[in-house]
Design a protein. Structure first.
Length: 99
């Protein structure tokens, strides 16, 4: 939650990327240790995808978001994940076009 909050609240502040990365990496470690909590793992992956996106790693963001969609729990979560996937797909296509 902390990483998500930092990334989404301070969208143009580059200083939040490092602490966000540290938070989400720790959350990913915790989610790996708790394999039964799929919604927590999906939430961590979703935040990681956004962090990748904000760092310009669009392809990695898309791959990660696709994992979220596979394990997403409930219609609303799947819809939100699909929307993020579409954003990352569009950004990746445009990134390749602009090179």
């Amino acid at each position: 939650n902390m990483a998500w909050g930092l990334i989404t609240r301070f969208t143009f502040d580059g200083k939040v990327l490092q602490p966000s990365a540290e938070c989400i990496q720790r959350a990913m470690e915790l989610s790996a240790a708790d394999k039964d909590n799929k919604s927590f793992h999906a939430s961590c992956l979703n935040t990681m995808a956004l962090l990748y996106y904000r760092c310009g790693m669009v392809e990695k963001a898309l791959e990660t978001q696709r994992e979220v969609t596979k394990i997403a729990m409930g219609d609303e979560t799947k819809n939100n994940s699909s929307e993020a996937e579409q954003l990352y797909e569009s950004a990746l296509k445009l990134q390749k076009k602009l090179k």
